[in-house]
Design a protein around this ligand. Structure first.
Ligand SMILES: O=C(O)C(=O)C[C@]1(C(=O)O)C=C[C@@H](O)C=C1
Length: 379
């Protein structure tokens, strides 16, 4: 079994990223208690690979991931993965904004929602937690009226309601993940190389990092400094640039960087993410061998279909909150969906009537689920 470790518990954005990545590549996601545990299990061969958050477009770098990778031995970045992130304010059913005495969440999620928290909950204490999901878990079990900042799947997992949706400061909030493995990947196509280095403290030192890349026309996509941890004022730099580490120009640039720096560690060379992390719309090409190989690939696709159906059901459950018992069926919405998917089916060479049949069954299931949910809430 090929396994992919992620920072749990269920309902974290790392969990969402792991589900998407695992689905595409045929891995089984494995929940780990910390980022350190992901790396330790990977190093000791208890996992095939791991997926860890590196940076967010609003909150910046995930320092813990960078620090752990700086120290890790025999672990490489093998891929990057972009996940669009939507944050919501979650609370137990019945709780209103005015009741909330504390807000829990991971520091990154809190950073992503700074404007909302400042405007809507200016005097409410904020408590940092190890993950967005553990914040949701705490809120679900708390006596007092509290709230968590987290994902829709955390709301569903822990029985919370979404008080405010999409509270992140920017709509196009995205988290970049690194997939880690014990072996360097071999691939063709657009590549990115990542490394970390320490500078000798001397005039023009930073310039000596940038010029070997600039002189060769290599595009620097990220440069980030972190305290070295040994002395105040000493920093290490994380650098990402375009190009494959076995490309001549890149090799020469890295050699020159090594000469100009005190210490340099390659983190990995991996394919550039295409930015379609939200949905597995582009399936990996497969070269199955014989009947067993073909059936294995079909099994993988069935896993993906079920994951997507689960996700769809979670959303349908959320929709129930906006409905009363007598308005569960929305025929015009069903027709709109059918029209779109049948059109897509035609374009893909699939019989649209078969797709319609599948969707009609999905709607029956969705309506049944909403009716049950509304009955259990007494609506
Ligand atoms: O969009 C809604 O109102 C839903 O409840 C979701 C959904 C669906 O499964 O897509 C389910 C039942 C409705 O008849 C229409 C659509």
């Amino acid at each position: 079994m090929y396994t992919l470790g992620y920072l749990g518990p269920q309902g974290t954005f790392s969990h969402t990223a792991a589900l998407h990545y695992a689905g595409r590549h045929g891995y089984t996601p494995v929940c780990c208690s910390s980022l350190d545990a992901v790396m330790q299990k990977l190093a000791s061969q208890k996992l095939t690979c791991g997926i860890v958050p590196v940076e967010n477009s609003l909150g910046g770098s995930v320092g813990e991931t960078l620090d752990l990778l700086t120290r890790a031995e025999g672990i490489w970045v093998t891929a990057e993965f972009l996940l669009p992130v939507k944050q919501h304010l979650l609370a137990r059913p019945g709780v209103v904004l005015a009741d909330i005495s504390k807000v829990y969440s991971h520091p990154q999620a809190l950073a992503q929602c700074r404007s909302f928290l400042k405007q809507q909950l200016p005097n409410t204490p904020v408590v940092e937690t190890v993950s967005t999901a553990s914040a949701a878990l705490m809120v679900a079990g708390a006596e007092a009226a509290t709230a968590a900042v987290g994902s829709q799947s955390a709301a569903v997992t822990y029985g919370l309601q979404i008080l405010y949706a999409d509270i992140q400061d920017k709509a196009d909030n995205t988290t970049r993940f690194w997939v880690l493995g014990r072996e360097k990947p071999s691939f063709s196509g657009k590549a990115k190389t990542s490394l970390v280095l320490a500078l000798q403290d001397s005039p023009g030192a930073l310039c000596r990092i940038l010029s070997p890349l600039a002189q060769r026309g290599i595009n620097l996509t990220r440069i980030e400094s972190r305290p070295s941890g040994s002395k105040l004022g000493e920093y290490i730099f994380f650098i990402d640039f375009e190009g494959h580490s076995n490309n001549r120009e890149v090799c020469d640039a890295v050699r020159e960087l090594r000469e100009n720096t005190f210490w340099l560690k390659m983190l990995g060379c991996y394919p550039v993410a295409t930015g379609d992390g939200d949905m597995p719309s582009r399936w990996e090409p497969v070269q199955p061998v014989g009947l067993p190989g073909l059936r294995k690939e079909i099994d993988k696709i069935d896993d993906n279909i079920l994951r997507l159906l689960t996700r769809r059901q979670e959303l349908v459950e959320q929709v129930a909150a906006f409905k009363s018992k007598d308005m569960v069926v929305d025929s015009s919405r069903e027709e709109e969906i059918l029209c779109r998917v049948k059109e897509m089916a035609c374009q893909s060479g699939i019989d649209p009537d078969i797709v319609e049949g599948i969707y009609r069954q999905i709607f029956i299931g969705a309506v049944r689920r909403q009716v049950d949910l509304l009955a259990s809430c007494g609506n």
